[in-house]
Design a protein around this ligand. Structure first.
Ligand SMILES: Cc1cc2nc3c(=O)[nH]c(=O)nc-3n(C[C@H](O)[C@H](O)[C@H](O)COP(=O)(O)OP(=O)(O)OC[C@H]3O[C@@H](n4cnc5c(N)ncnc54)[C@H](O)[C@@H]3O)c2cc1C
Length: 347
């Protein structure tokens, strides 16, 4: 069942070609249990869990074991009044799940339509779009803990979800293979429509989750590259968060910067909340630092319509894309003193 020397080009949306020393496709949790007994598994320290490869930049051959998730199941586990809990296999294409829920008039996940990748990878970076993060609809994440070799389920608090972040990027990085995610969906309308491109739907008297999903698809298709035509992993960097004092200094110098207040702290007097940090637009910083949309170095570059989206125009290697990304990090740091962090997993 374990294969050797596999080209990972078909398994990553940047479309870069690197070789994995070992590769295995997992279709059931049982297969994963058996895999744990295999000497190759036990003697290979380097392991990479792989879903759709849409949040990965592979910069070199992988001298280890790639474990590809193809667990493809969907099961309703409870129906209680207006809410439904559904347990979905980690290898299910997330967009398929979102659309199936919308078809059945179940609400909660429709704003996440068309985000590439698998259900199993969704909690890893707490994917989000159009005002919704996947944590809003997750009730549990189940998988194999490689340290204890047990199957266990984590509740949302144990997942430590944050902005494009979770425990699976830190303490449990490469140590917890997600087999299933349980979602809670509702029949009650509470659509999130405050984002640009969706606001006009607010005036509709009756709106189905499918209406919202279709609009999200239209907006995404108009803005983002089609990953079947151009190599990409979507937004490459997180939008950086800076402190109050950094914000005051920067805004003094660059009055045009786009920013958003973050209120993580407790309410003050009369419920007034003082912002404790500020989120900047990484795309704007990148453009102002000398990397406007459509910049290109060889076949690596950023997308014509969005500076935050790095692309492979054809034959760039992962190392070339990463070198382009590092040039951007340096330029932004030099101009604004802000350090951009990759949202994409660089391997
Ligand atoms: C065109 C485009 C648009 C995008 N838009 C968005 C967006 O709007 N919002 C957003 O949040 N993201 C977006 N992304 C990023 C990406 O789609 C998400 O991060 C997605 O969740 C990645 O899923 P995947 O299955 O491809 O994960 P992979 O790239 O295969 O893996 C991502 C990470 O998760 C780990 N992982 C994968 N499967 C498992 C598992 N079963 N158990 C444990 N760890 C695992 C991997 O080791 C890796 O660290 C976009 C990407 C593209 C290409």
């Amino acid at each position: 069942m374990i294969q050797s020397n596999i080209d990972l080009r078909p398994y990553n949306t940047f479309g870069v070609s690197v070789t994995a020393r070992y590769f295995v496709d997992i279709q059931t949790p049982d297969q994963f249990s058996k895999l744990m007994q295999d000497p190759i598994f036990q003697n290979t320290a380097n392991k990479l869990f792989l879903g759709g490869g849409s949040n990965l930049l592979l910069t070199q051959d992988f001298d280890g074991l790639v474990i590809h998730n193809s667990i493809d199941t969907m099961r309703i586990i409870s129906l209680d009044g207006d809410t439904m809990k559904v347990m979905v296999g980690g290898g299910v294409i997330r967009h398929d799940f979102v659309m199936r829920a919308a078809e059945r008039s179940r609400r909660g996940a429709e704003n996440l339509a068309l985000i590439p990748g698998t259900v199993g990878a969704a909690p890893v970076q707490n994917i989000g779009a159009y005002g919704v993060e996947v944590k809003d609809v997750i009730t549990s994440v189940k998988g194999f803990d490689l340290t204890t070799r047990d199957i266990r389920a984590l509740n949302p608090i144990e997942c430590h979800f944050g902005y494009r972040d979770s425990v699976f990027k830190h303490e449990l990085k490469d140590k917890f293979f997600i087999t299933h995610v349980t979602f809670q969906l509702s029949k009650n309308p509470s659509p999130r429509l405050e984002y640009k491109g969706l606001e006009d739907l607010q005036s509709k008297a009756w709106l189905t989750p499918m209406d919202v999903a279709q609009r999200v698809i239209e907006v995404r298709q108009s803005k983002l590259p089609d990953r079947h035509e151009i190599g990409t992993a979507g937004s490459f960097f997180r939008n950086p968060t800076i402190s109050q004092s950094e914000y005051e200094k920067l805004l003094g110098e660059y009055g045009d910067l786009v920013w958003r207040e973050i209120h993580d702290g407790p309410n003050g007097l009369n419920g007034w909340k003082r912002p404790n940090s500020y989120k900047l637009s990484a795309a704007q910083l990148i453009e102002l630092a000398g990397y406007p949309r459509g910049t290109r170095v060889g076949d690596a570059g950023n997308y014509d319509h969005h500076a935050l989206v790095l692309v492979n125009h054809g034959s760039a290697t992962g190392a070339e894309v990463w070198s382009f990304a590092q040039d951007i990090i340096r330029a932004v740091k030099e101009k604004f003193g802000v350090v951009l962090e990759a949202e994409v997993n660089v391997v």
